[in-house]
Design a protein around this ligand. Sequence first.
Ligand SMILES: CC(C)(COP(=O)(O)OP(=O)(O)OC[C@H]1O[C@@H](n2cnc3c(N)ncnc32)[C@H](O)[C@@H]1OP(=O)(O)O)[C@@H](O)C(=O)NCCC(=O)NCCS
Length: 197
Amino acid sequence: MLQNDPFSPRDVVLGDGSVGHIRPLVPTDREALVAGFNSLSPESRIRRFFFEKKVFSERELHHLTHPDGIDHLAFVLEVPVEGGPTLLPIAVARCFRDEHDHSLAEAAFVTVEDWQGIGIGTALAYALAGAAWGVGIRRWFAALFSDHRTTRNLLNRVGFLGEETALGSGVVKIVCHLHPPGPGDAQPPIHATFSPG
Ligand SMILES: CC(C)(COP(=O)(O)OP(=O)(O)OC[C@H]1O[C@@H](n2cnc3c(N)ncnc32)[C@H](O)[C@@H]1OP(=O)(O)O)[C@@H](O)C(=O)NCCC(=O)NCCS
Protein backbone atom coordinates (compact mmCIF):
# COMPACT_ATOMS: atom_id res chain seq x y z
CA MET A 1 0.00 0.00 0.00
CA LEU A 2 1.32 3.45 -0.94
CA GLN A 3 2.50 5.55 2.00
CA ASN A 4 0.70 8.62 0.65
CA ASP A 5 -2.51 6.81 -0.29
CA PRO A 6 -5.18 8.85 1.51
CA PHE A 7 -7.14 5.64 2.11
CA SER A 8 -4.22 3.99 3.97
CA PRO A 9 -4.96 3.01 7.56
CA ARG A 10 -3.05 5.15 10.02
CA ASP A 11 -2.52 5.57 13.74
CA VAL A 12 -3.25 8.76 15.60
CA VAL A 13 -2.21 9.73 19.11
CA LEU A 14 -5.21 11.22 20.86
CA GLY A 15 -5.44 13.97 23.43
CA ASP A 16 -5.63 11.51 26.31
CA GLY A 17 -2.44 9.75 25.16
CA SER A 18 -4.26 6.71 23.76
CA VAL A 19 -3.74 5.57 20.18
CA GLY A 20 -6.60 5.38 17.71
CA HIS A 21 -6.53 3.60 14.38
CA ILE A 22 -8.13 5.25 11.36
CA ARG A 23 -9.24 3.17 8.38
CA PRO A 24 -11.97 3.20 5.74
CA LEU A 25 -15.34 1.90 6.97
CA VAL A 26 -16.24 -1.58 5.65
CA PRO A 27 -19.54 -3.53 5.57
CA THR A 28 -18.54 -5.63 8.60
CA ASP A 29 -18.59 -2.44 10.71
CA ARG A 30 -22.37 -2.71 10.71
CA GLU A 31 -22.67 -4.10 14.24
CA ALA A 32 -20.28 -1.50 15.68
CA LEU A 33 -22.13 1.25 13.84
CA VAL A 34 -25.42 0.20 15.40
CA ALA A 35 -23.83 -0.17 18.87
CA GLY A 36 -22.23 3.26 18.59
CA PHE A 37 -25.49 4.80 17.44
CA ASN A 38 -27.38 3.14 20.33
CA SER A 39 -24.91 4.62 22.80
CA LEU A 40 -25.42 8.21 21.60
CA SER A 41 -27.13 10.65 23.94
CA PRO A 42 -30.39 12.29 22.83
CA GLU A 43 -28.44 15.54 22.39
CA SER A 44 -25.87 13.97 20.04
CA ARG A 45 -28.65 12.29 18.02
CA ILE A 46 -30.44 15.60 17.65
CA ARG A 47 -27.23 17.42 16.69
CA ARG A 48 -26.48 14.79 14.06
CA PHE A 49 -29.98 14.04 12.69
CA PHE A 50 -32.04 17.07 13.93
CA PHE A 51 -34.49 14.78 15.71
CA GLU A 52 -34.04 12.07 18.30
CA LYS A 53 -33.54 9.30 15.79
CA LYS A 54 -34.11 5.89 17.39
CA VAL A 55 -33.11 3.32 14.78
CA PHE A 56 -31.65 2.91 11.30
CA SER A 57 -33.77 1.13 8.68
CA GLU A 58 -32.25 -1.87 6.87
CA ARG A 59 -31.93 0.28 3.77
CA GLU A 60 -30.10 3.05 5.68
CA LEU A 61 -27.76 0.53 7.29
CA HIS A 62 -26.89 -1.03 3.99
CA HIS A 63 -26.22 2.38 2.49
CA LEU A 64 -24.14 3.58 5.46
CA THR A 65 -21.99 0.44 5.52
CA HIS A 66 -21.24 0.31 1.78
CA PRO A 67 -19.16 3.38 0.91
CA ASP A 68 -17.84 3.09 -2.65
CA GLY A 69 -14.67 5.15 -2.10
CA ILE A 70 -15.64 7.56 -4.88
CA ASP A 71 -19.03 9.15 -4.27
CA HIS A 72 -19.45 7.95 -0.71
CA LEU A 73 -16.35 8.04 1.49
CA ALA A 74 -16.37 6.89 5.10
CA PHE A 75 -13.68 6.44 7.74
CA VAL A 76 -13.85 5.03 11.24
CA LEU A 77 -11.53 5.52 14.17
CA GLU A 78 -11.17 2.44 16.31
CA VAL A 79 -9.62 1.93 19.72
CA PRO A 80 -8.50 -1.20 21.59
CA VAL A 81 -11.19 -2.76 23.77
CA GLU A 82 -9.96 -2.82 27.38
CA GLY A 83 -6.36 -2.71 26.24
CA GLY A 84 -6.75 -6.02 24.36
CA PRO A 85 -6.07 -6.84 20.70
CA THR A 86 -9.66 -6.23 19.57
CA LEU A 87 -10.36 -2.84 18.05
CA LEU A 88 -13.75 -1.17 18.31
CA PRO A 89 -14.86 1.65 16.00
CA ILE A 90 -16.07 4.60 18.08
CA ALA A 91 -16.36 7.40 15.53
CA VAL A 92 -17.30 7.85 11.88
CA ALA A 93 -16.72 10.61 9.34
CA ARG A 94 -18.29 10.37 5.94
CA CYS A 95 -19.21 12.40 2.89
CA PHE A 96 -21.59 11.91 -0.01
CA ARG A 97 -20.84 13.54 -3.32
CA ASP A 98 -23.53 15.89 -4.58
CA GLU A 99 -25.47 14.48 -7.53
CA HIS A 100 -25.34 17.73 -9.50
CA ASP A 101 -22.03 19.29 -8.46
CA HIS A 102 -19.30 16.65 -8.44
CA SER A 103 -16.80 18.85 -6.61
CA LEU A 104 -19.20 19.16 -3.66
CA ALA A 105 -20.09 16.59 -0.98
CA GLU A 106 -22.18 16.52 2.17
CA ALA A 107 -20.04 15.73 5.20
CA ALA A 108 -21.14 14.33 8.56
CA PHE A 109 -19.26 13.34 11.69
CA VAL A 110 -20.06 11.49 14.87
CA THR A 111 -17.95 10.44 17.84
CA VAL A 112 -19.55 8.37 20.59
CA GLU A 113 -20.14 10.32 23.76
CA ASP A 114 -17.39 9.07 26.05
CA TRP A 115 -14.73 9.74 23.41
CA GLN A 116 -15.62 13.28 22.42
CA GLY A 117 -13.23 16.18 23.02
CA ILE A 118 -9.87 14.42 22.55
CA GLY A 119 -9.25 15.08 18.88
CA ILE A 120 -11.01 12.13 17.24
CA GLY A 121 -13.41 14.21 15.14
CA THR A 122 -10.51 16.40 14.03
CA ALA A 123 -8.31 13.45 13.09
CA LEU A 124 -11.14 11.84 11.10
CA ALA A 125 -11.95 15.15 9.38
CA TYR A 126 -8.33 15.37 8.15
CA ALA A 127 -8.42 11.76 6.92
CA LEU A 128 -11.73 12.30 5.15
CA ALA A 129 -10.65 15.64 3.65
CA GLY A 130 -7.47 14.09 2.20
CA ALA A 131 -9.40 11.22 0.62
CA ALA A 132 -12.14 13.56 -0.63
CA TRP A 133 -9.56 15.79 -2.31
CA GLY A 134 -8.05 12.72 -3.96
CA VAL A 135 -11.37 11.91 -5.67
CA GLY A 136 -11.99 15.47 -6.85
CA ILE A 137 -14.11 16.82 -4.02
CA ARG A 138 -13.15 20.43 -3.29
CA ARG A 139 -15.97 21.61 -1.05
CA TRP A 140 -18.06 20.08 1.68
CA PHE A 141 -21.33 21.24 3.01
CA ALA A 142 -22.70 20.29 6.38
CA ALA A 143 -26.06 20.84 7.98
CA LEU A 144 -25.78 21.82 11.63
CA PHE A 145 -27.44 23.86 14.31
CA SER A 146 -26.18 27.41 13.89
CA ASP A 147 -24.77 27.46 17.44
CA HIS A 148 -22.82 24.20 16.99
CA ARG A 149 -19.34 25.66 17.51
CA THR A 150 -17.60 22.29 17.67
CA THR A 151 -18.61 21.28 14.14
CA ARG A 152 -17.88 24.76 12.78
CA ASN A 153 -14.42 24.60 14.34
CA LEU A 154 -13.89 21.10 12.97
CA LEU A 155 -14.72 22.23 9.42
CA ASN A 156 -12.63 25.36 9.85
CA ARG A 157 -9.53 23.22 10.51
CA VAL A 158 -9.68 21.37 7.20
CA GLY A 159 -10.89 24.23 5.03
CA PHE A 160 -12.24 27.73 5.16
CA LEU A 161 -15.89 28.38 5.81
CA GLY A 162 -17.93 30.04 3.09
CA GLU A 163 -21.59 30.42 2.21
CA GLU A 164 -24.10 29.79 4.95
CA THR A 165 -27.80 29.19 4.25
CA ALA A 166 -30.55 29.03 6.86
CA LEU A 167 -32.57 25.82 6.52
CA GLY A 168 -35.06 26.68 9.28
CA SER A 169 -35.52 25.61 12.91
CA GLY A 170 -32.04 26.86 13.78
CA VAL A 171 -30.32 24.61 11.24
CA VAL A 172 -27.85 26.07 8.73
CA LYS A 173 -26.04 24.66 5.76
CA ILE A 174 -22.39 25.70 5.77
CA VAL A 175 -19.99 25.31 2.87
CA CYS A 176 -16.38 24.44 3.66
CA HIS A 177 -13.77 25.03 0.93
CA LEU A 178 -11.22 22.28 1.56
CA HIS A 179 -7.54 23.13 1.86
CA PRO A 180 -5.45 21.35 -0.76
CA PRO A 181 -3.40 18.50 0.67
CA GLY A 182 0.08 19.63 1.69
CA PRO A 183 3.09 18.22 3.49
CA GLY A 184 1.40 18.77 6.86
CA ASP A 185 -2.02 17.43 5.92
CA ALA A 186 -1.58 14.18 7.78
CA GLN A 187 -0.64 16.15 10.87
CA PRO A 188 -3.58 17.89 12.53
CA PRO A 189 -2.34 21.25 13.82
CA ILE A 190 -4.05 20.86 17.17
CA HIS A 191 -3.92 18.19 19.82
CA ALA A 192 -3.68 14.97 17.82
CA THR A 193 -0.68 13.72 15.85
CA PHE A 194 -0.70 11.22 13.01
CA SER A 195 1.80 8.56 12.15
CA PRO A 196 0.74 7.08 8.83
CA GLY A 197 0.88 3.29 9.05
C1 LIG B 1 -19.08 17.10 16.40
C2 LIG B 1 -18.31 15.88 16.89
C3 LIG B 1 -18.29 14.83 15.77
C4 LIG B 1 -16.88 16.28 17.25
O1 LIG B 1 -16.16 15.09 17.55
P1 LIG B 1 -14.97 15.06 18.62
O2 LIG B 1 -14.33 13.75 18.50
O3 LIG B 1 -15.46 15.48 19.93
O4 LIG B 1 -14.02 16.22 17.99
P2 LIG B 1 -12.64 16.78 18.58
O5 LIG B 1 -12.29 16.07 19.83
O6 LIG B 1 -11.65 16.77 17.47
O7 LIG B 1 -12.99 18.28 18.86
C5 LIG B 1 -13.98 18.60 19.84
C6 LIG B 1 -13.44 19.66 20.79
O8 LIG B 1 -12.45 19.08 21.59
C7 LIG B 1 -11.29 19.88 21.53
N1 LIG B 1 -10.13 19.00 21.67
C8 LIG B 1 -9.65 18.18 20.76
N2 LIG B 1 -8.54 17.55 21.25
C9 LIG B 1 -8.39 18.01 22.51
C10 LIG B 1 -7.47 17.77 23.52
N3 LIG B 1 -6.47 16.92 23.33
N4 LIG B 1 -7.61 18.41 24.68
C11 LIG B 1 -8.62 19.28 24.87
N5 LIG B 1 -9.55 19.56 23.94
C12 LIG B 1 -9.42 18.92 22.78
C13 LIG B 1 -11.33 20.54 20.18
O9 LIG B 1 -10.55 21.70 20.15
C14 LIG B 1 -12.80 20.83 20.09
O10 LIG B 1 -13.09 21.99 20.83
P3 LIG B 1 -14.16 23.06 20.33
O11 LIG B 1 -15.50 22.41 20.53
O12 LIG B 1 -13.93 24.23 21.20
O13 LIG B 1 -13.87 23.31 18.89
C15 LIG B 1 -18.96 15.29 18.18
O14 LIG B 1 -19.13 16.31 19.12
C16 LIG B 1 -20.30 14.61 17.92
O15 LIG B 1 -20.34 13.45 17.55
N6 LIG B 1 -21.41 15.36 18.15
C17 LIG B 1 -22.75 14.80 17.91
C18 LIG B 1 -23.04 14.63 16.43
C19 LIG B 1 -22.81 15.92 15.68
O16 LIG B 1 -23.14 16.99 16.17
N7 LIG B 1 -22.24 15.82 14.48
C20 LIG B 1 -21.94 17.00 13.66
C21 LIG B 1 -23.04 17.34 12.74
S1 LIG B 1 -22.75 16.54 11.20
